[in-house]
Design a protein around this ligand. Sequence first.
Ligand code: CA
Length: 229
Amino acid sequence: MEKILIVEDEPDMAMGLKDNLEFEGYEVDIAMDGEEGLSRILTLKYDLVLLDVMLPKLSGFDVCKKARKNAVQTPIIFLSAKGEELDKVIGLESGADDYITKPFSLRELSARIKAVIRRSAAQLSDNGAEQVVIGRLKIDFNNYTAFDGSEPIKLSLKEHEILHHLWRNKNRTVSRDGLLDTVWGFDFQPTTRTIDNFILKLRHKIEENPDNPTLILTVHGVGYKLVMG
Ligand code: CA
């Protein structure tokens, strides 16, 4: 039986969700504040966490970040109140898998839960193929985590996406236009100068000597190339 943790401080909401999810065949635990939620996530094994954003003691975002820093890969779906949609990027940047805005229908929630659990199971059976070693960093592109030894390294969402794109095209030249299309898409279009700045920051986190890079090389007039043996 799949086990779900609900971290939610509104008792009616928490109990309502618990009843419905149990009816659907899940085993369900409830934590009423952020600290209790985090301690359960770190010590018990869940298949999914439903995490409210506004919580006493520790916010949902902080719970998620701390869980990911401790290398917990349990999928997390944020439950946020209406009007908190601007926080969406922060939510996903903190390492969550999905996001649903209250009020939501149980049908929608149920569909999201199934999709996230299925995706997570597929990733695990994939032998963690998205966990790669680049230079001295161990990076998990699915969970947006990076470690230098046992030390967590903070990469921004864009830094992760740029590195992921370079890695998918490793040992090939990636043009700046290609990076713009893949990482920024139709959103705000940064200048090529912005990309160069992101690459500089990445080099400082990855290269032994950022002034003399051996991993992310500049291909003059075109773009960049991630060199891997
Ligand atoms: Ca709340």
